[in-house]
Ligand binder design. Structure first.
Ligand code: UDP
Ligand code: MG
Length: 325
């Protein structure tokens, strides 16, 4: 695709899809109904993140009927953030909306996001005022986590806000320049800066299917947010180490004094056990924290491609260009 054509897309809508087959017809319907009144030149980029159901077949079916619909199928499940990245790397719009494919993010909000964009905002994120149908556990942990992240990082990551947002082409370009392999887009976008605002909304319940985020995935993702934007855990290791060593020093002095001066050797092994397990615990903890960071350095050094495409209706030369870069 050449430059001239590149400039004519006003809005790209990037949607990650993982096993969402039953909802895809409604998704495409509602996206279309919400965006077309804007009268823009739009492209929809639906990224199939290695779905095991018929999602890809559905996307292909709708792509035949709708020329604005592009699909990218990844060769396996790479995860939500990477699926979004695949969309961002391929989109051409002057503005880009990132929206979940399960309709928990209402597409009807897109015109409001676009309105703010036209007012000059480069990032228009959405803020959930209600999270219908989500477990108390998820609500509470999410709330605590974002408050925590805010206090330990220097970037101002908005609370109660997911990836549903509109970003300007300038922000997309900046995102594509950021080399980290562990993506934490809402943090990265906060880091990039520019003029930002938000639109509040009520997050719908998931009507079909269930969340793809297990507690395990949530914890990994939460760690990516922490390690990507804060060195506090590493510093904590040092602080722990310092205090434990200091306390140990007093214990050692006490033990020596009782042996040599007071002539009464400490008889019990209880204190031994307590101190050695305590120190052992602190050591494992701090080694673990260091390991987490080294793991991330390691994947950065490996420098593998973020994802592999198995099928797409994007033009071949566009694809080739991506691999040549
Ligand atoms: N998703 C994806 N890859 C994954 C997991 C999820 O592309 O490995 C998509 C999923 O289809 C949905 C969006 O990312 O469109 C958000 O996922 P989900 O609804 O499971 O997350 P939650 O809303 O519970 O945070
Ligand atoms: Mg969801």
């Amino acid at each position: 695709m050449d430059k001239i054509e590149k400039n004519i897309i006003d809005l790209s809508v990037v949607v990650p899809i993982y096993n969402e087959a039953p909802i895809i017809p409604e998704l495409i319907d509602r996206l279309h109904a919400s965006v077309s009144p804007l009268g823009l030149n739009v492209e929809y980029i639906l990224v199939d993140d290695g779905s095991q159901d018929t999602s890809l077949a559905q996307l292909k079916f709708f792509a035949q009927k709708n020329a604005a619909l592009r699909y990218i199928s990844l060769s396996r499940n790479f995860g939500h953030q990477i699926a979004i990245m695949a969309g961002l790397e391929h989109c051409q719009g002057k503005a880009v909306v990132i929206i979940d494919g399960d309709l928990q993010d209402p597409p009807e909000l897109i015109p409001k996001l676009y309105e703010q964009y036209q007012q000059g905002f480069k990032v228009v994120y959405t803020k959930r005022i209600h999270r219908k149908g989500e477990s108390l556990f998820k609500k509470v942990t999410a709330k605590l986590y974002y408050r925590f992240l805010r206090t330990i990082t220097r970037v101002n990551i908005p609370t109660d806000s997911g990836d549903y947002r509109l970003i300007d082409r300038q922000v997309v370009s900046a995102l594509l320049l950021m080399p980290e392999k562990h993506k934490y887009l809402r943090g990265q976008i906060a880091w990039i800066g520019f003029k930002q605002t938000f639109v509040p909304f009520e997050r719908d319940i998931r009507k079909i299917g269930k969340t793809n985020f297990t507690v395990r995935k949530m914890v990994r993702f939460a760690w990516d947010g922490v390690t990507g934007f804060s060195d506090l855990p590493l510093k904590l290791a040092t602080v722990f180490g310092f205090w434990v060593s200091l306390i140990s020093l007093f214990i050692i002095i006490y033990a020596l004094l009782s042996y040599f001066l007071w002539q009464k050797a400490v008889p019990g092994w209880t204190s031994q056990i307590i101190s050695s397990t305590f120190i052992g615990g602190i050591q494992l903890l701090t080694i673990g924290i260091i390991g987490e960071y080294i793991g991330r350095i390691n994947s950065q050094v490996r420098n593998r491609p973020l994802y592999i495409i198995s099928d797409t209706n994007f033009e071949q030369d566009l694809e080739k260009k991506r691999y040549e870069n």
